[in-house]
Design a protein around this ligand. Structure first.
Ligand code: PGA
Length: 253
């Protein structure tokens, strides 16, 4: 059986003391109630709080991810944070290609291919986001859009590198809108992605590939979404900022 991952994407929220409080509450909850053995829990706070998070999570069953990474090794790239810097504070994962970064910061699939490479070079697991806009779905282009994102952003990898990557399917129309994909819509796309991976790499690699769902996933709908055959957990935005909701989602996996 594949493992399940529940990853919280905090986005650009919280002051330092609030981040500290939320991490404390999540760790208390995990310590007191435990987490299912087949589940890995990840928090992705803003970059400024990553070191706090990796310090607090040290030796605990909580992994830490960044929300973005610079595409270059080091040097004159004002404002950017490199994969080497993330590695130096022991970050485990990094979200890349979130639709907010594609939309507001004009990140292209070619940029994401570079970011994937540099993360893997530094031993950080990319959580590669893909997903269609509402118009794409209404035009019945959703499969094609996702397929292109994977082809251009990920499928240049050798099999041994690809097998380290997580994929997050996040239909853009479902992010932060309260409008979740139905379990059937999620399953259909996840099965499609797995079939693409099988075609590009192998059935074994596809069977082992973890594909998370994201987009208005919450304490009320997580169980049904996660019970779909090809849904291996979730990338959770808004609901990951409330410990009770996040804890329920963890235990729904
Ligand atoms: P949401 O965000 O759960 O608030 O819809 C998910 C995400 O953007 O990763």
């Amino acid at each position: 059986m594949r493992r399940k991952i529940v990853a919280g994407n905090w986005k650009m929220n919280m002051r330092f003391s609030e981040a500290d409080d939320l991490l404390t509450l999540i760790l208390d909850d995990i310590e007191n109630k435990g987490i299912p053995e087949h589940v890995d829990v990840v928090v992705c706070p803003p970059a400024l709080y990553l070191e706090l998070a990796t310090d607090m999570a040290l030796g605990k069953p909580l992994l830490v991810g960044a929300q973005n990474v610079g595409a270059y090794e080091s040097g004159a790239y004002t404002g950017e944070i490199s994969a080497g810097m993330l590695e130096s504070v022991e970050v485990d994962y990094c979200i890349i290609g979130h639709s907010e970064r594609r939309q507001y910061f004009y990140e292209s699939n070619a940029d994401l291919a570079k970011k994937t490479d540099i993360l893997l070079k530094h031993g950080i697991i990319p959580i590669f986001c893909c997903g269609e806009l509402l118009d794409d779905r209404e035009d019945d282009m959703h499969m094609e859009v996702v397929s292109t994102q994977l082809e251009e952003g990920l499928f240049h990898l050798e099999e041994s590198d690809f097998s380290k990557v997580l994929i997050a399917y996040e239909p853009v129309w479902a992010i932060g809108t309260g409008k979740t994909a139905t379990p059937e819509q999620a399953q259909e796309m996840h099965a499609f992605i797995r079939a693409l991976v099988a075609k590009k790499y192998s059935k074994q690699i596809a069977d082992e590939c973890l594909i998370l769902y994201g987009g208005s996933c919450n304490a009320g709908n997580a169980k049904e979404l996660f019970s779909q055959e090809d849904v291996d957990g979730g990338l959770i935005g808004g609901a990951s900022l409330k410990v009770e909701d996040f804890a329920t989602i963890i235990r729904s996996a």
